[in-house]
Design a protein around this ligand. Sequence first.
Ligand code: SAM
Length: 325
Amino acid sequence: MPRSLFDTQPLYDLLEQQQHHHWATQLRQLTQAAIAPGRDGHLPLWTDTWLQLPDCPDPVIRIDDGAVAVDGTLSADQESRLHSLLKVLHPWRKGPFRFFNTEIDTEWRSCLKWDRLAPAADFRGRKVVDVGCGNGYYGWRMLDAGASLVVGFDPFLLYLMQFEFLRRYAPENTPHFLLPLSDQALQTAPACFDVAVSMGVLYHRSSPIEHLQLLWNALKPAGQLVLETLVVEGGPDTVLVPPGRYAKMRNVWFIPSVELLIRWLLRTGFRNPRLLDLSVTTTAEQRSTPWMTFESLPDFLDPHDPSRTIEGCPAPRRALLTATR
Ligand SMILES: C[S@@+](CC[C@H](N)C(=O)[O-])C[C@H]1O[C@@H](n2cnc3c(N)ncnc32)[C@H](O)[C@@H]1O
């Protein structure tokens, strides 16, 4: 029995059961507004494409060599049709995924970030909020690692649709939800999550401290933050505010040093901040592919000096930290 599109009712039911009535009502209203007709001109095409996804009698979602994979029985005709339907959702940025025989080689090999993230947190039995979750790739990995609930927030509707394509083949009771909302939806969140994940979002926020406060609010006491963001080299007073674009991105605000980031965490009320990984992003991790044909990292770096962005700033370097509420 295929699942219905945008079915977040089981999440609201769960929140209601935990007496979080107010937040459940707010999330329902905000989500309905975010996907209301006319909100995004692509939505009718994407919905129509979702409706054409082939039925499969025995779908199974599993992790296969770093890819989130759907296996099951499809005819050759269905396989070839599915390939075209998946192409409608270009660009595929986070992954990889495999839908039956179709391998989606995404712009990012997010499996490499997962390999850095996996030792950072014990997801077993944990309720996780993933803010800026993209298409939910990491959420599927967290479920596989034993999470009891994953709630992703990402305002970009294409990523919601990519998530819905996969969820179409998931069992009815899969505890993985993606809401098309920003971090602002956490303003009224109860302190109900064991783990809060924010990866690749902090530098997009014009108020990074507020973003950290929202994550703090959503965590239970002693809950764990997993934070991944761009950093620059330097001491506790160093922060890069790019004068314009950064690596061709328009919406990059604050890129702190690790030491300053730790100070932000402590000032926000987090305890025991720890740096787990520091990596320079390489073209082995981020590049154009047939499933993301636009420009990618090689185009964002200075062709004569890959340690600089095309604008002359330090090239992307990412820190992964954890801290406790
Ligand atoms: C660089 S991507 C990172 C995706 C994923 N977390 C990862 O690490 O690969 C940033 C994501 O944050 C989302 N985003 C941007 N502003 C946001 C906000 N205010 N609240 C939540 N998500 C946001 C974007 O739509 C995008 O999917």
